[in-house]
Design a protein around this ligand. Structure first.
Ligand SMILES: [Zn+2]
Length: 317
């Protein structure tokens, strides 16, 4: 039977519904939890998060994939209660946003140690939460080239993905040649990897999304909504029309089966104020209407938000 690990247990992939494939309940830089100025009470965190997830559910959203890495504020017991309260399936990850957010304990770990750790979180569980990770997060550190640590993490992720059948999602798709070489070395089929953030304002120019798709990789246009039109746009923002046109060109070139889209929003950011006016519900309030206005039919929209994520997230064994 096809299945996907959610924080409340494995479910059939057919039950995922509409999937927001790259999101965050709350993302923070490692150490932000030690800065008392940013502490939030549990009540504040719920108050910021629950209405967004309820709205997501009302709009027809089925599944929220949280790709907050191990050191960036991942909090699985909290996700379990959010999922139970709102009815939204939440998929949690193992892995790291990038080598530069792996704390020293993990920075010093061998490929073998990291592999075992990822496999444990996928097959046994994340600590004593009883929840198993449904995806593995990896990423490229700031600077645009994979560091030695990034490569160690990618290799461990590839081994864990091959052993467990759980897929990999990447933060950034730059320097994809190095990533694809590692996945090739480890015999991981590239359709088990979603190369993310091909559309962000900083990296879009440097990212070879068509080449990645031609190699067999999945491609994430997953920073939808970070637009220069926002009142206070972040440095990775991009004009709304630029990103949309970029995505439509990718689809028109015949890569629908490789395409995934998401908003990379934070429900309740940790250690930073977040980006005002941007939530996961951009998918329903802006993105899907924009795609319809551009002429995409319902079947295409279902492929993007239901079929492709289900195929990607389904555990392959
Ligand atoms: Zn993200």
């Amino acid at each position: 039977m096809s299945r996907v690990n959610t924080v409340l247990g494995p479910i059939p992939a057919e039950e995922l519904g509409i999937v927001a494939v790259h999101e965050h309940v709350g993302y923070g830089m490692p150490g932000s939890e030690l800065d008392t100025r940013w502490w939030k009470t549990p009540e504040q965190r719920y108050e910021e998060t629950v209405p967004k997830l309820r709205k997501f559910h009302e709009y027809g959203g089925g599944t929220f994939v949280d790709v907050t890495g191990i050191c960036n504020g991942r909090d699985v017991d909290y996700y379990k209660s959010l999922s139970a309260k709102t009815g939204v399936h939440i998929v949690a990850c193992t892995g790291f946003v990038g080598g530069d957010t792996a704390l020293p304990f993990f920075e010093r770990a061998s490929v073998e140690y990291l592999t075992e750790h990822f496999i444990h979180e996928i097959t046994v569980g994340i600590g004593d939460t009883g929840s198993r990770a449904g995806v593995i997060k990896v990423g490229v550190s700031r600077g645009g080239r994979m560091t030695e640590l990034d490569k160690r993490i990618y290799r461990a992720a590839a081994r864990a993905a091959r052993d467990t059948g759980v897929p990999i999602m990447t933060h950034l798709a730059i320097d994809a040649e190095n990533a694809i070489a590692i996945f090739g070395d480890e015999d991981l089929p590239l359709d088990r990897v979603l190369f993310g953030h091909v559309d962000d304002g900083v990296n879009a120019e440097k990212t070879r999304e068509t080449w990645i798709a031609e190699q067999g990789g999945r491609v994430g246009f997953d920073t939808f909504g970070y637009e220069t039109e926002l009142d206070d746009p972040p440095f990775w923002a991009r004009p709304r029309k630029d990103r949309l046109d970029h995505f439509l060109r990718f689809l028109a070139a015949g890569h629908l089966d490789k395409a995934l889209a998401s908003a990379d929003a934070n429900c309740s950011p940790l250690g930073w104020p977040g980006v005002k006016g941007h939530t996961v519900n951009y998918i329903f309030e802006d993105l899907i209407p924009d795609l319809r206005a551009a002429g995409l039919d319902q079947a295409t929209i279902d492929t993007l938000f239901v079929g492709n994520p289900a195929a990607f997230l389904t555990i392959q064994n």
